[in-house]
Design a protein. Structure first.
Length: 149
């Protein structure tokens, strides 16, 4: 079973990368997607982002710096703390997030056509049970995932 989960994860990553290419978004890394998803619509401080991703601030800043250079996120003044910055997706970053979400929905729609609603619903339940047993269900239900980088 583990090899099927790993292969499915790779297939999803490849499909997302293909969707980015079709949308004219080059040089994407999967780590960027984790960050954009964790930032959400409201953004986050570096400390909050690292906590959401379950990584060190040092690991998060390396990816954040690269994403800022590529125009995917920006640092803006924190509304309540002059010392802090809020990391927020730029228009380009929001395009990446929207492209990934559309591709994800398309993958599920295609799978429903191929396997049927009952099987896809059963797969969702089985994966939920697996995550409940092994950790990660709360993050998945909140629309977040810990990165593998």
């Amino acid at each position: 079973m583990a090899i099927l989960l790993v292969a499915a994860s790779r297939a999803v990553a490849d499909a997302l990368q293909d969707a980015m290419g079709r949308a004219g978004i080059e040089e994407m890394r999967s780590a960027f997607g984790y960050v954009l998803r964790a930032l959400g619509e409201d953004g986050a401080t570096l400390t909050d982002l690292a906590e959401r991703l379950a990584v060190t601030k040092q690991a998060a800043i390396k990816v954040v710096d690269e994403m800022e250079r590529r125009g995917l996120l920006e640092r803006v003044a924190h509304p309540e703390d002059r010392r802090a910055k809020v990391l927020r997706a730029t228009d380009r970053g929001r395009k990446v997030r929207a492209t990934a979400l559309a591709a994800s929905r398309r993958m599920e729609r295609d799978l429903r056509r191929a396997a049927g609603d009952a099987d896809v619903d059963a797969l969702r339940r089985a994966l939920g049970a697996f995550l409940d047993q092994h950790g990660g269900l709360d993050e998945a239900m909140a629309g977040r995932a810990r990165p593998v980088w």
